[in-house]
Ligand binder design. Structure first.
Ligand SMILES: Cc1ncc(COP(=O)(O)O)c(C=O)c1O
Length: 472
């Protein structure tokens, strides 16, 4: 393989402590790629959670005193692989069903590797023309595939936590501006009252976002939920003035969707901003058979979602989208004399960060390689695996606690102590990985099918392990 690189200017030589020749540096990067390839190839057969001994070995071997002197980079990489790789969780394989964590498709890992080699600081067009423009394309494609208002502004951030924060900052900006208050200049001291309405089962990242925005975790108005964790549109609070309403598409436990249309109708009558936390559920809009679940949210004002969950790009990548892009810019805009601006979209005006990696490149890669039909097929496939899990568990005599409408399954293996014991055994067994939760007062095991790599065989192997460990 020949490595092409930009030629040096006359008289210039490579600098820095790693002043090896280009060829040697090429070897190092090739070595890293080979190790990464071997790691991914081994993921199919290895246990999902790492062996506890591997985790202990990592601390013992990669820790110790801060190195006083340089260490050969190849040796560093060999150590990292030897002690780091076995201690990882096999989330990029097909049998990790914990939390809501997507895998990463090879196409997106490859694009991410190249983008890392580019090392572009994607806060500013002048510093990163290629990746700024690729992210612009990715944002346009996202609005199209999610079928959200094409005029919306967007931001690539670390995850849905920051996407919720970013979109809610835009909401705070716009709603307080309607009340004659400039929150970015004046802060919140003396600001008009700003009611925030959330579901009684809103995701914890909504509360953290409100805390970070000075809107308070506990002064929110909580709307009661139904048996699936959906906000009850008939139980909205009695407020009249401008407010922020947060709805959820894809309940973290059940995968259920808050009823968008009646809540948005209610909000429109009150001049309230509607924000949608759609970390994974928003992707239902891409799959024709699931799209009706997520109907209506296109009428909202802002949306937060993740690409590192259901789009299966490498960690980390969340996306904030805001219908009124001037509100997003109003909340996130920045500038300094040294930051050379251009008339195009400067990412730094739309994200909390100034310097940032070009995480939109992997989104571009996923959308380019899968296309609309490929994303739809991946979403649908995960949902049908979830249904297969639910059917297999019911057939084995276990209780499925939720209506399985998407990719989430909640199961009880008996009383709470039994369910907790099965989760513990399953994680230790290593065939697959599921995490636990408390659902409406009962301990439950959560199965979240979010990996492009999961096959029916993975589901059946996992079901067999669940049955075996539950009856042990
Ligand atoms: C509904 C919902 N919102 C927000 C988040 C937070 O996402 P992240 O961990 O990417 O910040 C999650 C994570 O699972 C989620 O399911």
């Amino acid at each position: 393989m020949t490595i092409r690189h930009a030629s040096l200017l006359p008289g210039e030589s490579p600098m820095g402590t790693e002043s090896a020749s280009d060829a040697e540096r090429g070897d190092l990067l090739r070595d890293a790629a080979e190790r990464g390839i071997a790691y991914r190839a081994g993921i199919i057969d290895r246990r999902v959670a790492p062996d506890p001994q591997a985790v202990r070995d990592l601390t013992a071997n990669l820790g110790g005193p801060l190195p006083e002197h340089p260490v050969d980079a190849q040796e560093m990489l060999a150590q990292l692989d030897r002690f780091g790789s076995p201690a990882t969780m096999a989330t990029s394989g097909g049998r990790f069903f914990g939390f809501v964590i997507g895998a990463s498709m090879p196409s997106t890992v490859a694009a991410g590797w190249l983008a890392t080699a580019w090392d572009q600081n994607t806060g500013l067009l002048a510093a990163a023309p290629a990746t700024t423009l690729i992210e612009d394309i990715a944002l346009e494609w996202l609005l199209e595939i999610l079928d959200l208002p094409r005029e919306s502004g967007g931001a690539f951030v670390t995850g849905c936590q920051m996407a919720n924060f970013t979109a809610l900052a835009a909401a705070r900006h716009a709603v307080l501006a309607r009340l004659g208050w400039d929150v970015e200049s004046q802060g919140l001291f003396g600001a008009p009252e700003l009611p925030v309405i959330v579901s009684a089962d809103a995701h914890n990242t909504i509360f953290k976002s409100l805390a970070m925005l000075g809107l308070g975790r506990d002064r929110v108005l909580r709307v009661p939920i139904d048996s699936q964790g959906r906000m009850r549109a008939d139980a909205m609070p009695g407020i009249n003035g401008p407010a922020i309403v947060c709805i959820q598409h894809g309940n973290i436990n059940t995968g259920a969707f808050d009823p968008a249309d009646p809540i948005i109708d209610w909000a429109r009558e009150r001049d309230a901003w509607v924000h949608v936390d759609g970390a994974f559920g928003l992707w239902a809009r891409v799959a024709p058979d699931r799209a009706p679940l997520a109907r209506g949210v296109e009428r909202a004002d802002s949306w937060a979602t993740d690409a590192h969950k259901w789009l299966n790009v490498p960690y980390d990548c969340g996306i904030a989208l805001v219908r009124d892009r001037s509100a997003l810019r109003g909340a996130m805009g920045t500038g300094a004399a040294y930051l050379q601006e251009s008339p195009v979209r400067e990412p730094m005006h739309f994200t909390p960060e100034l310097s940032r990696r070009a995480r939109g490149v992997e989104v571009w890669a996923a959308l380019k390689t899968l296309g609309r039909s490929g994303v739809a097929e991946m979403v649908e496939r995960c949902c049908s695996h979830a249904t297969r899990f639910a059917e297999g568990l019911r057939a084995a005599g276990f209780e499925v606690l939720n209506d399985v409408v998407l990719n989430q399954v909640l199961v009880s293996f008996g009383d709470d102590a039994t369910t907790l014991r099965v989760i513990e055994r399953l994680q230790a067994d290593g065939t697959c990985f599921c995490s636990g939760t408390t659902w409406q007062g009962r301990a439950a095991m959560r199965i979240s099918v979010s990996s492009y790599a999961t096959t029916e065989r993975d589901v059946d192997l996992s079901l067999a392990a669940m049955r075996r460990l539950a009856s042990a």
